[in-house]
Design a binder for this molecule. Structure first.
Ligand code: HEM
Ligand SMILES: *[C@@H]1O[C@H](CO)[C@@H](O)[C@H](O)[C@H]1NC(C)=O
Ligand SMILES: *[C@@H]1O[C@H](CO)[C@@H](O)[C@H](O)[C@H]1NC(C)=O
Length: 321
């Protein structure tokens, strides 16, 4: 029979192995429960008033989180402004003239700073704002893992190379997601974000004029506000989900089955390939979509967080301290 002290040694060893073996154990849903108890209501009310002012803002905040996480992890890098001596990510190809919501992030962050100065990272503010946006527009809720710190750097090259363009085919989409540890199922579920928000003519022009896997009358409708000649009407907007772009549900997948995906990359998910069955499933089950979307968001939020003494807690999301 082993002595109590050797039991203690075994327990200590086991805990040490558990601790060293888990790489994402640093993030936790109660990370700020002591240091910033008013965090969740503070973010939610700021997101609520921004979405009440402009319903599209929920989509814009959700996309900002995606564009943050896909570029060297969820570290607030997308929020940094360019300066004369610093190149951020805002002018990278997928972001320029397209990502928006920075003023709203500033507003949320300043309210959080008032409640708990110097405590909550911009990366975490964005993660919570993305969740709240989804909930406010009618989507599922989840507990957001927190404890990320903010980058002191950004990478325009990584933003150009990591965020998939709308011209991507299915294999390219799968491999961009796989490179970040996200599965094909995560890809299809997270692309369901396109049940909300808008895209510019320049992002879908080639599809509505040149592709054959598109509903004819849908193509005609979209052509009416997106001229064929590049350079004219490039910034004209169309909803990613044709009927309900401010409601978070599974209509996106129903559109894909009718060949009414707006982006080339959207329709790739239902084009005779390996993801057709997932699209069918989500189109038939809002609850199955919701569950997989939530799992995908949590996984995406786990990409390469800065923790411990890495990075910083930025005071102003637009610049390093
Ligand atoms: C699967 C690969 C993806 C591609 C190729 C893609 C591409 C795009 C493009 C081209 C736009 C329109 C941008 C513009 O024309 O200005 C857009 C909008 C949007 N994307 Fe994606 N996206 C993808 C995945 C995602 C994911 C994973 C999310 C969130 C988790 C997301 C959220 C959004 C939202 C909400 C909008 C609308 C934003 C707004 O109205 O301001 N997308 N996306
Ligand atoms: C990223 O893409 C933009 C727009 O296409 C381009 O101007 C810029 O030079 C690229 N940056 C890097 C570092 O490759
Ligand atoms: C359609 O495809 C043709 C031939 O590849 C190309 O020349 C043209 O620019 C494309 N049109 C649009 C609107 O993308």
């Amino acid at each position: 029979m082993a002595s109590p002290s050797s039991y203690m040694a075994i327990v200590t060893m086991a805990l040490l192995i558990l601790f060293l073996g888990s790489s994402t154990a640093q993030l936790s849903t109660d990370y700020y429960s002591q240091s910033c108890p008013k965090l969740f209501p503070t973010v939610k009310s700021a997101v609520k008033s921004a979405v009440a002012k402009e319903a599209r803002m929920g989509a814009s905040l959700l996309r900002l989180f995606f564009h943050d996480c896909f570029v060297n992890g969820c570290d607030g890098s997308v929020l940094l402004d360019d300066t004369s001596s610093f190149i951020g990510e805002k002018n990278a190809a997928p972001n320029a003239n397209s990502v928006r919501g920075f003023d709203v992030v500033d507003d949320i962050k300043s309210k959080v700073e008032t409640a708990c100065p110097g405590v909550v990272s911009c990366a975490d503010v964005l993660a919570i704002a993305a969740r709240d946006s989804v909930v406010i527009l009618g989507g599922p809720s989840w507990n957001v893992k927190l404890g990320r710190r903010d980058a002191r750097t950004a990478s325009q090259a990584a933003a150009n190379n990591s965020i998939p363009p709308p011209t991507s085919n299915l294999n390219q989409l799968i491999s961009r997601f796989q490179a970040l540890g996200l599965s094909t199922r995560d890809l299809v579920a997270l692309a369901g974000s396109h049940t909300i928000g808008q895209a510019r003519c320049t992002s879908f022009r080639a599809r509505i004029y040149n592709e054959t896997n598109i509903d004819n009358s849908f193509a005609k409708t979209r052509q009416s506000n997106c001229p064929r000649a590049s350079g004219s009407g490039d910034n004209n907007l169309a909803p990613l989900d044709l009927q309900t772009p401010t409601a978070f549900e599974n209509n996106y997948y129903k559109n894909l089955i009718k060949k009414k995906g707006l982006l080339h990359s959207d329709q790739q998910l239902f084009n005779g390939g390996s993801t057709d069955s997932i699209v069918r499933k989500y189109s038939n089950s809002r609850s199955n979509f919701n569950a997989h979307f939530v799992a995908g968001m949590i996984k995406m939020g786990d990409i390469s967080p800065l923790t411990g003494s890495n990075g910083e807690i930025r005071k102003n999301c637009r610049r390093v301290n």
